[in-house]
Design a protein. Structure first.
Length: 117
């Protein structure tokens, strides 16, 4: 069973930066596609960024140019570097793993990011 655990959330002022980490265990990490999603109260969970097992990256338009997703296979960890944060980035951020190449089937519990104006 795959376990996914996020860390690194917190409170930051607008314009600041945070780096989220996501550690995955239970299966071969380098085989997994990894993604970050976020949810604000009353809204659906939205896609933020993804990194394929081969290293290709994808971003939501709302974070493109500000967020960077990366992975360290030796540490079985994926990162989300968030720069130039805005109040609208406030959300619970979730990390997810996909070993099937399609749906994300292992999810973390989330980490809160709050950006003050």
């Amino acid at each position: 069973q795959v376990q996914v655990v996020e860390s690194g959330g917190g409170l930051v002022q607008a314009g600041g930066s945070l780096r989220l980490s996501c550690a995955a265990s239970g299966r071969t990490f380098r085989s997994a596609d990894m993604g970050w999603f976020r949810r604000t109260p009353g809204k659906e969970r939205d896609f933020v960024a993804a990194i394929k097992s081969g290293g290709s990256t994808y971003y939501a338009d709302s974070v493109k140019g500000r967020f960077i997703i990366s992975r360290d296979n030796a540490k079985s960890t994926v990162y989300l570097q968030m720069n130039s944060l805005k109040p609208e980035d406030t959300a619970v951020y979730y990390c997810a793993a996909s070993y099937s190449g399609s749906a994300y089937d292992s999810w973390g519990r989330g980490t809160q990011v709050t950006v003050s104006s």
